[in-house]
Write a protein that binds this ligand. Structure first.
Ligand code: ZN
Length: 312
């Protein structure tokens, strides 16, 4: 008797039906797929558009932000061995000057690649929180700053990078000068462009999230600390109310990031989740109303999905 005989006729038809639905879903999803190959194949940024690249740097963070006023911001540059990759990526976008460079906090998975970026690209202003570390990684960054004849501006809650009415870029954290955990001194950047908003949280954990007094409401949240359960408290997510969440982490990382707890919370609040470990580099573009998400690895052009209606 073959195994198949265990399936009654009804069950067999159900199986065929399920398969047909799966095939239809697959065909539908591939119909709109367009590979962006690290973003380089994307069309030129529309005039007045804000484009954010969550660069796949493995376990770490790096976000390249093309502002609608044509200025460029870079938040973090991944680990020490990722600086070249980040600099190359930036240049591949036709950019050779970073107007605003932010090092969120002195951990190597964030500022490791900054020295290379500072050496290789033209830099305007640099912002870092008032926190130091006795690591070589940290002193390498300070050395690069010195080589370039630059100085570090203090990143802390209330510091405004720019504000021209339609566009504002502001630090909403750190609120305190010192925390037990270096993660909590993370500089948190909020960008508002007309009706769209982004929040970049570094590795800020629950305590730092709770200290923020500024309005943190944002459409798109760069999830804190690579999706660790030490960040993204309910209270914080309730204040941000993101419709889209991006997690920057490395495939098979040692920390188990992102943690299931965080993924469940994001699912519960109905946020669309993108992950650099699965999606590769994620690019989000807005003209100030709704936004379009492009991903690298899934080869899926989600440009047909305007998430305008998902905003809360
Ligand atoms: Zn980190």
């Amino acid at each position: 008797m073959s195994k198949h005989k265990f399936y009654g006729k009804k069950r067999y038809y159900t199986l065929i039906f399920v398969l047909a639905v799966l095939i239809a879903a697959f065909v539908y999803s591939t119909a709109t797929k367009t590979s962006i190959h690290g973003g380089v194949a994307l069309e030129e940024r529309a005039e007045d558009a804000l484009r954010v690249h969550y660069i796949d740097v493995g376990q770490g963070d790096s976000e390249l932000i093309e502002l609608p006023n044509d200025e460029v911001m870079l938040i973090d540059a991944g680990e020490n061995d990722k600086g070249g990759l980040v600099a190359d990526y930036v240049r591949s976008q036709g950019i050779d000057k970073i107007d605003y460079l932010v090092g969120t906090h002195p951990h190597s998975d964030h500022i490791g690649g900054l020295d290379t970026v500072i050496d290789e690209l033209e830099i305007g202003k640099i912002y870092m929180p008032r926190a130091s570390s006795d690591t070589k990684t940290f002193s390498d960054v300070l050395d690069a700053v010195e080589r370039k004849g630059l100085s570090v501006n203090s990143a802390k809650a209330g510091v405004e990078i720019l504000n021209d009415g339609d566009l504002s870029v502001t630090f909403v954290a750190p609120v305190r000068e010192a925390y037990k955990s270096l993660n909590n001194v993370s500089a948190i950047v909020k960008i508002v462009y007309k009706g769209s908003s982004f929040l970049f949280t570094g590795d800020a954990e629950e305590q730092a999230e709770g200290d923020i007094t500024a309005d943190v409401r944002a459409d798109i949240l760069k999830v804190g600390h690579h999706g660790s359960s030490t960040s993204s408290s309910w209270d914080f997510l309730d204040r941000v109310k993101p419709s889209c969440a991006v997690i920057s982490c490395g495939e098979g990382n040692d920390y188990g990031h992102p943690h299931t707890e965080t993924l469940e919370k994001l699912s519960d609040i109905g946020a669309a989740v993108y992950r650099t470990d699965l999606d590769g580099t994620v690019i989000i573009e807005t003209q100030g109303d709704g936004y379009t998400v492009y991903t690298e690895n899934s080869e899926e052009n989600r440009g047909d999905n305007n998430y305008e209606n998902q905003r809360k």
